[in-house]
Ligand binder design. Structure first.
Ligand code: G3I
Length: 367
């Protein structure tokens, strides 16, 4: 077992191995070879050396919170910008971490020109397919050998409608845009894993639609290797953990690997569940001055229960990624209520581990 401290490698913070102090186990050590443990990262997270060191030692895989999204990699038609994403990959490599790409296709943070003309009308199918192919091929080829897997399509299943979300890609291409996206990615790098990633696909209202999509993709021999359950949970949702267990089992039956890809446990009240980024609401900012101990314990128990479920599916669950590190890095501070002080992650804003961190380590050690 090794304790990892920061050192400088080629101008990047990396990890050095030293003897471990008892009680100082990291998440990646506790998970061992059962699954990868990761976090989403923003470039700002690396400007504080202490924070960068924590990331470098705790995790075995990184996802960029925003840097790999289409609008960032192709800001204008045909102009690709890889600098920020390449720096992100370099940090991961310097710290012996793998990288997952998020995401090749999403209706949000997506350049309009891929699928729409200047007046917002869908492009002709062939043109939209060509744009999609160009984006996916360029991006997957650029990261070939440096990224272990891609969220091929993100959030393609609709919340309210009967099946697929009416995205610009769907309107221009048709329902087979999802299949095509996976095929283009696989052609660009046949060794990279490809995932379908979405929120609330374990919830009864959305699970049948997700299962329908995944079954159709598998039946058509589309190159899809896994499914990402985003895992944006509410501590007040007592059904979610059971739903997660059942969904993992059902997805595994299709021959898919399962990942929890954007894990956080919200402690503040809200009406919205999941992660529809267009939703906005008003809500109380209950814990501006800190998270009360009893709520922190409850959140820790919730995280522990999630990990107990994940450990019930050895060989199926291959990765768990938290959507941030300390509470100050969480998107939940601005969604669905803007400007709240949220506490959904494993470390406090000063990088002190919360009860949730210890609860997860305990569950991982108990098995
Ligand atoms: O880059 C600008 C910056 O220049 C500006 O100063 C700043 C001011 O607000 O905004 C910055 O852009 C923000 C961007 O994150 C980078 O921080 C956007 O406003 C903000 O909307 C954007 O939010 C991201 C969100 O996706 C957008 O949809 C979150 O960071 C990111 O964590 C979140 O991630 C999504 C997953 O991709 C898919 N599943 C849901 C999840 C949570 O929403």
């Amino acid at each position: 077992m090794s304790k990892r401290l920061p050192c400088i490698v080629s101008g990047l913070l990396a990890a050095c191995s030293l003897a471990a102090a008892p009680g100082d186990q990291t998440l990646r050590q506790a998970a061992g070879n059962r699954f990868l443990v990761g976090c989403a990262l923003s470039p700002n997270d690396l400007t504080d050396p202490k924070h960068a060191a924590l990331i470098g030692k705790q995790f075995s895989v990184l996802t960029a919170g925003n840097d790999f999204k289409p609008e960032n990699l192709q800001p204008s038609l045909g102009r690709f910008t890889f600098d920020a994403a390449d720096q992100f990959v370099a940090f991961a490599q310097a710290n012996d971490m793998k990288v997952v790409g998020h995401t090749l296709l999403w209706h949000s943070q997506a350049p309009k020109f891929l699928f729409q003309d200047e007046s917002g009308q869908p492009l002709p199918r062939e043109q939209a397919l060509a744009n999609m192919k160009e984006h996916i091929t360029k991006v997957v080829t650029h990261f070939k050998g440096r990224v272990i897997g891609w969220d091929g399509v993100n959030e393609g299943v609709d919340d309210a409608g009967p099946y697929l979300r009416q995205t610009p890609a769907l309107k221009a291409i048709g329902e087979d845009y999802i299949q095509k996206a996976f095929e283009y990615a696989h052609a660009a790098d046949p060794s990279v894993e490809l995932y379908y990633n979405d929120y609330n696909i374990e919830k009864p209202y959305k699970f049948p639609k997700a299962l329908r999509l995944l079954t159709a993709l598998k039946d058509a021999n589309v190159p899809i290797h896994g499914v990402g359950i985003q895992g944006h949970y509410l501590v007040s949702d007592t059904k979610a953990i059971d739903e997660l267990d059942k969904a993992i089992g059902a997805f595994a039956e299709l021959g898919l690997k399962v990942m929890v890809t954007e894990l956080d446990v919200d402690v503040l009240p809200r009406k919205a569940s999941g992660a529809d980024v267009t939703l906005r609401e008003q809500g109380a900012d209950l814990y501006k001055d800190g998270l009360p101990a009893d709520v922190a314990q409850k959140q820790g128990q919730y995280y522990a229960d999630i990990f107990k479920v994940l450990l019930k599916h050895p060989g199926v669950v291959t990765r768990v990624t938290f959507w941030g590190t300390h509470d100050g890095t969480s998107w939940l501070n601005n969604w669905p209520v803007r400007g709240r002080t949220n506490h959904g992650l494993l470390w406090q804003r000063d990088l002190t581990p919360k009860p949730a961190f210890n609860a997860i380590i305990d569950v991982l050690n108990a098995k």
